[in-house]
Design a protein around this ligand. Structure first.
Ligand SMILES: NC(=O)C1=CN([C@@H]2O[C@H](COP(=O)(O)OP(=O)(O)OC[C@H]3O[C@@H](n4cnc5c(N)ncnc54)[C@H](O)[C@@H]3O)[C@@H](O)[C@H]2O)[C@@H](O)CC1
Ligand SMILES: [K+]
Length: 523
C-alpha cells in the first residue's frame, strides 16, 4: 500500500478534480460516507448519541457529512464548531448549510465549560477538528477541547488523522487526539503510519474516495511488503546460500559478532565467516561453533588492527557479501581500518554500528564512491552522524531526510526504530510494519545485519534482501512476542525465532499478523 505526504495528497485531490472531474463535493461525500461506515460497523448508530467536533477546514466539512448520515440513520448528533463558521468555503460550506437545515444542533463553541456535560454523556465522539491542514502547534480552545476529549475516555473516531498529529511526520504538535479508530482518505498519510501518530490512530481504515489507482504511480513511499523468497534448492550445498564475511567484535564485545554471524545462518544463509580479534574468538566459538573463524591481529585495547587489511581484502574477494561493524569498538586504528576497507571492498557491503560512526568521521565520500552496493543500518543516533542533523531535526522530517541521504550516498539505508524505514537510492521509501517494542534491546541490530545478509544468501538481490531482512527480523520478534510476551525479548530470542519466521513467511502469515502488516484496512 502506498503512503502519501500531505503535499502528494493535495496533488492527488487536484488530479481527481481537474483530470477526472470528480468534484470536491463528491470527494467529501465519499470521505464522510466511509467514515460514517466505520462508525456504523464499529459502534452501531441507532438510538446512540454522537458529538462531532469540526474545525473550519475540509476536515470539518467531512464531519458535517458524517453528522448528516448519523441523523439520517436514526442516531442523535450534535455538531460543535471550533472557529468562525463564516470561514467555511466550497464543499465544507455546502455541507454546513445542509446540516444546519436538519433538526441537528450545530453550534460554535467558545469554552470547554459549555460542552463538558455533553461530552461526558455522549456515546462516542467524532474528531473532525484538523486533518492534513494542520500547520502549527495546537493551542487555546483547540487544545482545551482535545484535552477534554482525552479526559472523557469516550470512544473516538478521528477523521483522516487524529487532530494534532502532523500528517508528514507523525509527530504531535503540542497535543493530539488519541483515537480508537481513524478513517483516512485517498491513501494513509505518513503521519498515520509513523509513531507516535500511528499509535494515536487506533485501528486504521483507508478509503480511496474513488481515486483511480493509476494516480498513485508517482507516490514513492509505501508499506514494506517485500517480494517472496526464491524456493530453496533441494539439491543445494552450503555455498549456494551465500558466503558472507563478518568483520566484527572487540575485547569487550563478544555478543555482537556472534549475533550477526549466527543470524545469517539462522535466517537461511550458508557459510558464515567471522573475522574477530584473535583473543575473543575462542569465547565466541563456544556459543557459535557453526561459524568459521578467521582470528585477527589486534590492537593493545583488543580491537581489530590495521595490519589485517590485506588479508581481509583478499578474503572479501572470495565472498558474496561483507558485513562490517557489529561490536568493533571506536578504537582509532580500527576506525581507520574500517574506512580503508569500506573504500576498497568490491563486494556488497553492509555497514553497521561502530563502522557507521567510523565512516562518518571523515566526510570524504567513501560510501558514494563505492562500486559495489552499500547497505547502511543506522539507528537514529547514527543517522544523526551520517546526516550531521540533530535527532529532533530527523524526527521532524524523517522521510525526506532518509530519501535524500539514500540518494546522495547511493546506499540502501535502514533507519532502525519502531516501524523501521528503508530508503533506497532511487528515492523509494518503505515503512516496515513488523516488529515490536520488545525488540528495542541490545544485540537486536546485530541480528538484523545477519538477517539481511541471510536474505541475500537465499538469493534475493541486495535491495530486496534489505527489505526482506527488515521484515523477517520484525516477524521473528513478533513470533517470539506471541509466545513469550514483549517484555524481556532478547537478541537470542529473535535469533532463535528466525527459522520459524522464514518458514511462516514462506507458508503464509496468520490473519492477525497479515492484517497488521498491511498497514490499514481498505473499505
Ligand atoms: N479534496 C480535498 O481536498 C479533500 C479533503 N478532505 C479533507 O480535508 C482535509 C484537509 O482540509 P484542509 O486543507 O481544509 O485542512 P484542515 O481541515 O485540516 O484544517 C485547516 C484549517 O485549520 C487551521 N489550522 C491549522 N493548524 C491550526 C492550529 N494549530 N490551530 C488553529 N487552526 C489551525 C488552518 O488555518 C485552516 O483554517 C483532509 O484532512 C480531509 O479530511 C476530504 O474531504 C477529501 C477530499
Ligand atoms: K481529525
Amino acid at each position: 500500500m502506498k503512503i502519501s505526504t500531505v503535499s502528494e495528497m493535495r496533488a492527488l485531490d487536484r488530479t481527481a478534480i481537474e483530470t477526472f472531474g470528480i468534484a470536491d463535493e463528491l470527494l467529501m461525500e465519499n470521505a464522510g460516507h466511509a467514515a460514517y461506515d466505520v462508525l456504523s460497523r464499529e459502534f452501531g448508530i441507532k438510538d446512540k448519541t454522537f458529538l462531532v467536533f469540526c474545525g473550519i477546514g475540509n476536515n470539518g466539512g467531512d464531519g458535517f457529512v458524517i453528522a448528516r448520515k448519523i441523523h439520517s440513520n436514526g442516531g442523535t448528533v450534535q455538531v460543535f464548531i471550533l472557529g468562525d463558521p463564516n470561514k467555511f468555503k466550497g464543499a465544507a460550506k455546502t455541507n454546513l448549510d445542509i446540516v444546519r437545515r436538519l433538526p441537528v444542533t450545530v453550534r460554535q463553541i467558545d469554552s470547554v465549560a459549555s460542552i463538558k456535560t455533553d461530552v461526558f454523556h455522549c456515546y462516542a465522539i467524532v474528531d473532525a477538528i484538523f486533518g492534513t491542514g494542520l500547520t502549527r502547534e495546537v493551542g487555546g480552545l483547540y487544545r482545551e477541547v482535545i484535552e477534554l476529549i482525552t479526559q472523557s475516555k469516550k470512544t473516538v473516531l478521528s477523521v483522516d488523522i487524529p487532530s494534532g498529529i502532523d500528517g508528514d511526520t507523525g509527530q504531535i504538535k503540542g497535543v493530539a487526539v488519541n483515537a480508537d479508530y481513524t478513517a483516512t482518505f485517498g491513501l494513509p498519510k505518513i503521519g498515520n503510519m509513523l509513531y507516535p501518530g500511528y499509535e494515536r490512530c487506533g485501528k486504521l481504515y483507508v478509503t480511496h474516495i474513488s481515486f483511480p489507482p493509476s494516480m498513485y504511480a508517482s507516490v514513492k513511499t509505501e508499506i514494506n511488503s517485500p517480494p517472496k523468497l526464491p524456493p530453496r534448492d533441494k539439491n543445494a550445498h552450503k555455498g549456494d546460500f551465500g558466503e558472507v564475511l563478518f568483520i566484527a567484535g572487540a575485547r569487550s564485545y563478544f555478543g555482537a559478532p556472534y549475533f550477526a554471524a549466527m543470524s545469517f545462518m539462522k535466517a537461511g544463509g550458508g557459510y558464515s565467516r567471522l573475522a574477530a580479534p584473535q583473543s575473543v574468538t575462542p569465547f565466541i566459538a563456544t556459543k557459535g561453533s557453526e561459524i568459521v573463524f578467521v582470528p585477527q591481529k589486534e590492537t593493545a585495547s583488543g580491537s581489530l588492527s590495521l595490519e589485517n587489511k590485506a588479508e581481509l581484502l583478499a578474503l572479501a574477494e572470495k565472498m558474496d557479501m561483507v558485513v562490517i561493524g557489529p561490536g568493533l569498538s571506536l578504537e582509532q586504528e580500527t576506525k581507520q581500518l574500517v574506512r580503508e576497507l569500506a573504500g576498497e571492498i568490491n563486494k556488497p557491503l553492509l555497514i553497521d554500528g561502530d563502522a557507521i560512526t567510523a565512516i562518518c568521521e571523515t566526510r570524504d565520500g567513501i560510501i558514494g564512491g563505492r562500486k559495489a552496493e552499500t547497505i547502511l543500518t543506522p539507528h537514529l543516533g547514527e543517522m544523526s552522524r551520517i546526516t550531521q542533523k540533530t535527532v529532533s531535526e530527523i524526527n521532524n522530517d524523517k522521510i525526506n531526510i532518509l530519501r535524500h541521504t539514500a540518494k546522495e550516498t547511493n546506499a540502501s539505508i535502514v533507519l532502525k526504530g519502531a516501524h523501521s524505514l528503508i530508503g533506497l537510492p532511487d528515492e523509494r521509501i518503505f515503512i516496515n510494519m513488523s516488529g515490536n517494542s520488545g525488540m528495542a534491546s541490545a544485540g537486536s541490530g546485530d541480528v538484523l545485519a545477519g538477517t539481511i545478509a541471510g536474505m541475500f544468501g537465499l538469493g534475493l538481490p541486495v535491495q530486496d534482501a534489505v527489505r526482506k531482512g527488515v521484515f523477517i527480523h520484525g516477524l521473528a520478534g513478533d513470533l517470539a512476542a506471541e509466545d513469550k510476551g514483549e517484555d524481556g525479548i532478547t537478541a537470542q530470542d529473535i535469533l532463535e525465532y528466525l527459522p520459524l519466521a522464514v518458514k511462516t513467511d514462506r507458508e503464509g502469515l496468520n490473519e492477525t499478523l497479515r492484517h497488521r502488516y498491511i498497514g490499514a484496512c481498505v473499505i
